[in-house]
Design a protein around this ligand. Structure first.
Ligand SMILES: *Cc1c(COP(=O)(O)O)cnc(C)c1O
Length: 407
């Protein structure tokens, strides 16, 4: 690998970014997390592992993903807008970057099976893909309601050889999928590895997932300088758990001239609890899902119900490094609502011929607003995924407003 992407100073050895992060888990799980941490420490310095991962990034994922200068949007909105094309990766999003890393780690640790929960099925499909390639069994836990809603992704996982295990209690969505996955993980944490899908969860996952994703920023920093002779003035990325944003930001953190913007989902309303998932914008520090960060809580201190038109962004907490960067003031966190995201979804499709994931459309919408401010300079947007998964939903719910014939 041209640059060693795995040498960030934070977190500390206990997994803290300032006061955020750590591991708030039962003792029996701590032993397992310690083993994962130790194995990760080993592989991240192992030239053979790094070589293997770099080779897969190039020949399997199709890295480096290009940077594209969106000239029509630039002209129309008044600043030069560039897109880092993670939508062109195999499986259509950035998630494959960390799923491959986690699958390779599981293999090196002698695990037989890799497991995870999934909401809309995007993490499930990326992990099932990595498991097929690396040669591991794969169990994906998914709420029954989500399975019906996201049927094509369930079929994809089956074709890839994964087991999709329904969560049948409660509201039968993501939270119940997490419960079921966790219960089964605790029954056999020795032969299985739980592959967390973003820069969240107990240490070492926020660090490990960030490290695997940081290839995005390492490539972008070099590519952008080759294209323009300078660093970008602004970086923009959507923030659900925060992995694609940390992937882009990490390589630029020490570049003081580069402003960074994280974009949260304002959903239908920022004023009504449960109608958004703007965790940093509206949340407070607290502990949830094994780590400390900003979180949205209800009056009982339980995770708040959250909502966004982008199912990849509706998480009531956020990666601990984002909480840290927020307090430091190094990253600006803003929000984009459903309507603005859908507008940007069509705008990018029609101006540049690129259909983005609705998650990524939040970052595009933010960039279009930023571009209209005076003297903003250049803007590099992380286009985290492609929109094929979203087209039926968008046309059914919004097509009429955008001139799409209804049958
Ligand atoms: C899952 C997903 C996200 C949100 O996850 P992060 O960890 O915040 O990056 C964003 N974009 C796409 C396309 C996704 O699939």
């Amino acid at each position: 690998m041209a640059t060693n992407i795995f040498n960030c100073p934070l977190p500390d050895e206990k997994g803290y970014f300032g006061e955020y992060g750590g591991a708030f888990i039962p003792p029996e799980l701590q032993t397992i997390m310690d083993e994962i941490t130790a194995s990760y420490e080993e592989i991240r310095q192992d030239p053979e592992f790094l070589e293997e991962l770099a080779d897969l990034y190039q020949h399997y994922v199709g890295r480096p993903s290009p940077i594209f200068h969106a000239k029509h949007l630039s002209e129309k909105y008044g600043a030069d807008i560039y897109l880092k094309r993670e939508d062109l990766n195999h499986t259509g999003a950035h998630k494959i970057n960390h799923c491959l890393g986690e699958a390779l780690l599981a293999k090196k640790m002698g695990k037989k099976k890799i497991i995870a929960e999934t909401g809309a099925g995007q993490h499930g499909v990326a992990l099932a893909t990595a498991a097929a390639l690396v040669g591991l069994e794969c169990d994906i836990y998914m709420g029954e309601v989500d399975m019906a809603k996201e049927h094509p992704n369930v079929v994809r996982m089956h074709i890839l050889g994964a087991n999709v295990i329904p969560a049948t209690h409660g509201r039968r969505t993501l939270k119940e999928a997490v419960d079921t996955a966790f219960e089964n993980y605790l029954k056999d944490p020795v032969t299985q590895l739980y592959a967390i899908g973003s820069v969240v969860g107990p240490h070492p996952f926020p660090r490990m997932v960030r490290d695997f994703q940081s290839i995005v920023g390492v490539e972008a920093r070099e590519q952008f300088q080759l294209m323009t002779g300078k660093l970008p003035d602004n970086l923009v990325a959507c923030v659900g758990g925060g992995s694609n944003a940390m992937g882009l930001f990490t390589a630029f953190i020490d570049d003081e001239s580069v402003a960074m913007h994280g974009v949260e989902p304002a959903g239908r309303s920022l004023d009504i609890p449960g109608e958004n998932a703007a965790t940093i914008t509206l949340g407070k520090p607290g502990v949830m899902h094994g780590f400390k960060s900003y979180m949205l809580q209800d009056e009982n201190g339980e995770p708040q119900e959250v909502y966004s038109v982008a199912s990849g962004l509706d998480y009531p907490s956020v990666g601990p490094q984002h909480a840290y960067l927020k307090d430091l003031g190094r990253v600006n966190y803003g929000s984009i609502n459903d309507k603005e995201a859908i507008d940007a979804f069509f705008e990018l499709s029609r101006e540049e011929g690129i259909i983005p994931a609705i998650e990524s459309a939040h970052a595009v919408a933010y960039a279009l607003k930023l571009a209209q401010e005076p003297d903003v300079g250049t803007i590099l947007v992380n286009l985290s995924g492609r929109g094929d998964k979203d087209i039926d939903f968008v046309v059914e719910n919004y097509g009429k407003d955008y001139g799409i014939p209804q049958d």
